[in-house]
Design a binder for this molecule. Structure first.
Ligand code: GMT
Length: 374
């Protein structure tokens, strides 16, 4: 198949999933064309059958807001015509599915160009629910030839909040289990914790929904019981506040802010515990990455997370904002080796059994074929 993929190419779960999907599809023999405004962060352009087409948004003094959505639609049409695309697959509803719909309409006099929209979470729960975007989000879902959601929770939420009647197919997020694997030696951890303290890790875009300050407070609690060092990976609006809180709580030697990192698969396995104290997660990709790497997730009981973590079996979930409970779980995991071993082995097994790319990518292929056959 010739497949066009559009996503946000910067750091963020939806872009990562779209990029990994494209790479996996290319490995399985499909021609994959990324149509985005910059090279997706985890995209290796040297992989055979991967193509990248940049969307250039020319500016004009009249435009206070350059119309990216229109430039994207034009580029989608151009790539679809030039490379005979079978379909467009857009990740994150706004504005990608509207651009795809426009490209489809422009192509209509010549041939059919179906498009599939994958919903990732904040496109529905935050951005799409905002009154200024609500009608266009609903419209874009209804106009899509196929809609997928990365969890059952997000599917239900979308159907309830937007009242859309089209089928939404749940195809969960996935992981390359060969790339994300445990590092039992954890020798690289010494670079961050030279006294041999165990590592906690947090990876996110540091937006308010991630509650990054909770990570700092959890570390403060954990350190009352056992030595620990926290790796904060990523960047975003709440980084400054997090750094301030670290200074206030006198934790500076015990926290490393590493900024945006391209190879989290090298960092995550160094840790013992992943902290994901989010207000909301429609899936929680980083928890899956951690589980595949033999790192125990301590997360919140929200959204699609219970579809991934089985509480007490392969990770823990506690209420949002309950620092004491999350810190207690992290402390248990850092101090009880048998517990840590049991939880992380089960986590790796769950990733292998349910969420490895080999299990999920064929679901996308089948769905593409169904949409094409309609
Ligand atoms: O979490 C974010 O703010 C980024 C966002 C995105 O679209 O880039 O993540 C969403 O998509 C991820 C990949 O499907 C999911 O794993 C995240 O749970 C989801 N985030 C939220 O629902 C808050």
């Amino acid at each position: 198949m010739n497949i066009g993929i559009t996503c946000y190419p910067t750091y963020g779960g939806s872009g990562i999933v779209a990029t990994e999907l494209g790479l996996e599809l290319a490995t399985r023999g499909h021609e994959v064309h990324f149509i985005t405004y910059s090279n997706p962060i985890r995209l290796d352009p040297d992989v055979p059958r991967i193509h990248y087409h940049e969307v250039e948004v020319s500016n004009y003094p009249l435009f206070q807001y350059p119309p990216y959505c229109l430039a994207l639609a034009s580029r989608m049409l151009d790539v679809a015509e030039s490379y005979d695309l079978d379909l467009l697959h857009v990740h994150y509803a706004i504005p990608h599915s509207i651009s795809a719909m426009l490209a489809q309409q422009m192509m209509a006099p010549k041939r059919r160009l179906p498009f599939i929209t994958t919903l990732h979470g904040t496109d529905i729960t935050l951005v799409g629910a905002d009154p200024s975007y609500f009608p266009i989000t609903k419209f874009s879902i209804e106009k899509s030839d196929g809609v997928t959601s990365i969890s059952e929770d997000l599917r239900k939420h979308t159907a309830e909040v937007f009242g859309v009647s089209n089928e939404i197919r749940v195809i969960t997020n996935f992981i390359n289990c060969d790339l994300y694997h445990p590092d039992h030696e954890k020798a690289g951890a010494l670079a961050y914790a030279p006294k041999g303290e165990k590592l906690l890790i947090h990876v996110s875009n540091f937006r308010p929904v991630k509650r990054v300050l909770d990570c700092i407070r959890i570390l403060a609690e954990v350190r009352k019981h056992t030595p620990a060092h926290l790796l904060m990976v990523g960047d975003g609006p709440d980084r400054g506040a997090a750094e301030h809180l670290v200074r206030q709580l006198k934790l500076t030697p015990h926290v490393s802010f590493l900024g945006k990192q391209n190879h989290v698969e090298r960092l995550i396995p160094l840790a013992h515990v992943l902290l994901m104290p989010s207000e909301m997660e429609s899936f929680g990709l980083v928890a899956l990455e951690a589980m595949a790497c033999g790192v125990a997730p301590v997360a919140t009981y929200v959204g699609g997370v219970p579809e991934l973590i089985i509480n007490g079996e392969n990770g823990f979930m506690e209420p949002v904002g309950d620092i004491a409970a999350q810190a207690a779980r992290a402390t248990e995991l850092l101090t009880d080796d048998a517990l840590h071993q049991r939880i992380t082995a089960a986590g790796r097994q769950r990733a292998l059994d349910v969420f490895c790319s080999e299990r999920i990518i064929p679901q996308y292929e089948r769905y593409y074929n169904q949409v094409l056959a309609r």
